[in-house]
Design a protein around this ligand. Structure first.
Ligand SMILES: [Zn+2]
Length: 401
C-alpha cells in the first residue's frame, strides 16, 4: 500500500510528507486513506518488494473486472457483434546501459556496449466513442526459463492469452493489435483460445494475401465495395470500404484463412486522408464492415489513452522509481497500472470525482491539489478529501443528483 499510495496520489514525496505529519499530528493520510499503520522508508519498500513477482497484484485487476461486469458497467464497452475489445500493445518503460535486473531484456551492441530494457504488453479494454479505457493485468517481456532466445512482444501476447483466455472467453472477446499481431501463429493461438481478433494487416507484410486478393478481384466478384459519403458542415469525405472473405494469411497449404477489409477515406478531389486494412476471424459483410473497421481502428486508444497517459500525464511509467535485482521494476510498473485503473473507476463511478475533475482544468491540476492538500491536512477518507475539494471549489452537491 505504501508503494501504491505514491502512484495513486501521483506524488513521489507523499510518504515523506506523511511521515512528517504522523510525527507532528499523531496521524497521517497514509493511515487514513491507505490503511498504512507505520510508514516504511523508500529503501525498506524497495527491499521488501524486490522479491515479490508482479503476478501477486494481478488478482486486483481480476476482482475489478468481475465487479464492473456484475454492476453492468462493461455493457457500455460492447462493440461490433456484442464483443468486448481488448487492445494489446507493447510499450518500453525502461532503458539503460547500467541499471538492470534479472528480468531485464539484454541487448549486446556491436560497439561492445550492453543495453538493458523493460517492455510491457498492456491489454486494455477499449470501445469506439467511450471516454474511458480499462487496463487489465499486463504481461512483461522478460527472459523466459528454458528459452535461449530473447523474449518478444508476440510471445508475451501469447502468454497473456494462455493465462487469461479462460477467465475472459465467456465475455466474448476480440483482440486488437497492430501489424505485428496479424501473423498465422498468433492468429491461430487466438482462435484456439476461444477468442477473436481484428488485427491491422499491411500489404508489405502479407504478400500472399494481397496477391490473392488482387488476382481474385479481377476474375470473380470476391471483393465487395461499400461507399459512404459523409458531410461535416461544408466538408465532404468519401469512405470506401472493401472486404473479402477467406483469404490465405500466408503462403503454403496450411495457411490460415482469414477475412479482410479496408477503409480508404478520400476528399472529393481524390486525396487520400485515411487508409488502413484489417484481418479478422469474424465474418465480414456489408452490414458489419463499418463496425469491424471502427473496432479495428479503436486500437489506437491503447497507445494514446493508455500508454501515452501512463508515460506523460503524471504516472511517469518510464521514471525509475527503483529497479531492484529481481521483480521491483515490474512490480512497481504493475502498481502504477493499477493506480491508473483505480482513477478510471473513480472517473466512471464516483460522481464527486467526476464533478471535481470537470471543474479543474486538467488531470495534472487535480493531482497537484491532492498532493498539496494531503501535506497540510489529515483527511478521514478519500471521500472526505473529495468533499473538501467540492466545498472549496463551490461545486453544488445538488449537482450530484
Ligand atoms: Zn530490469
Amino acid at each position: 500500500m505504501s508503494a501504491f499510495s505514491v502512484f495513486f496520489t501521483q506524488s513521489p514525496s507523499f510518504l515523506a510528507h506523511q511521515t512528517a505529519m504522523a510525527v507532528a499530528k499523531g496521524s497521517s493520510n497514509a493511515q487514513t486513506l491507505f490503511g498504512i499503520q507505520s510508514i516504511p522508508t523508500d529503501n525498506h519498500i524497495r527491499k521488501m518488494l524486490d522479491v515479490v513477482p508482479p503476478q501477486q497484484v494481478y488478482p486486483m485487476f481480476y476482482k475489478i473486472f468481475t465487479q464492473l461486469n456484475e454492476l453492468g458497467h462493461l455493457n457500455s464497452f460492447r462493440a461490433v457483434n456484442h464483443q468486448l475489445l481488448i487492445a494489446l500493445d507493447g510499450t518500453q518503460y525502461h532503458s539503460s546501459n547500467k541499471i538492470h535486473c534479472d528480468n531485464c531484456s539484454v541487448k549486446e551492441h556491436r560497439n561492445g556496449t550492453t543495453s538493458y530494457s523493460h517492455t510491457v504488453v498492456t491489454p486494455v479494454i477499449v470501445a469506439p466513442g467511450h471516454s474511458c479505457v480499462l487496463p487489465l493485468a499486463p504481461e512483461f517481456i522478460t527472459p523466459q526459463d528454458g528459452h535461449q532466445k530473447q523474449d518478444c512482444e508476440t510471445a508475451a501476447a501469447k502468454r497473456w492469452i494462455d493465462q487469461h483466455a479462460e477467465r475472459y472467453r465467456a465475455h466474448q472477446i476480440t483482440l486488437l493489435g497492430d501489424d505485428l499481431y496479424s501473423r498465422q501463429p498468433l492468429c491461430e493461438h487466438t482462435i484456439a483460445a476461444g477468442l477473436n481478433f481484428i488485427f491491422i494487416c499491411k500489404p508489405s507484410s502479407h504478400d500472399t494475401l494481397y496477391q490473392y486478393l488482387h488476382e481474385q478481384g479481377k476474375s470473380s466478384p470476391v471483393m465487395q465495395t461499400l461507399t459512404i459519403e459523409r458531410r461535416k458542415g461544408k466538408r465532404r469525405t468519401i469512405d470506401t470500404y472493401r472486404f473479402a472473405s477467406q483469404l490465405p494469411i500466408r503462403d503454403g497449404d496450411d495457411a490460415l484463412m482469414v477475412n479482410w477489409c479496408e477503409l480508404i477515406t478520400t476528399e472529393p478531389d481524390g486525396k487520400v486522408i485515411y487508409h488502413n486494412s484489417f484481418i479478422s476471424n469474424h465474418a465480414i459483410n456489408a452490414d458489419n464492415v463499418v463496425d469491424i473497421v471502427l473496432a479495428g481502428r479503436t486500437r489506437w486508444k491503447v497507445e494514446n489513452e493508455n500508454n501515452n497517459i501512463l508515460k506523460t500525464k503524471g504516472y511517469h511509467l518510464s521514471h525509475n522509481y527503483g529497479h531492484g535485482k529481481q521483480h521491483l521494476s515490474t512490480l512497481l510498473a504493475s502498481l502504477n497500472l493499477l493506480a491508473f485503473l483505480f482513477h478510471t473507476i473513480h472517473d466512471m463511478m464516483d460522481i464527486k470525482y467526476q464533478l471535481i475533475r470537470a471543474k479543474l482544468p486538467s488531470r495534472k491540476t487535480f493531482f497537484q491539489h491532492i498532493q498539496a492538500l494531503t501535506c497540510y491536512h489529515c483527511f478521514d477518507s478519500f471521500d472526505a478529501l473529495l468533499e473538501f475539494m467540492m466545498h472549496g471549489l463551490e461545486i453544488d452537491p445538488l449537482d450530484t443528483g
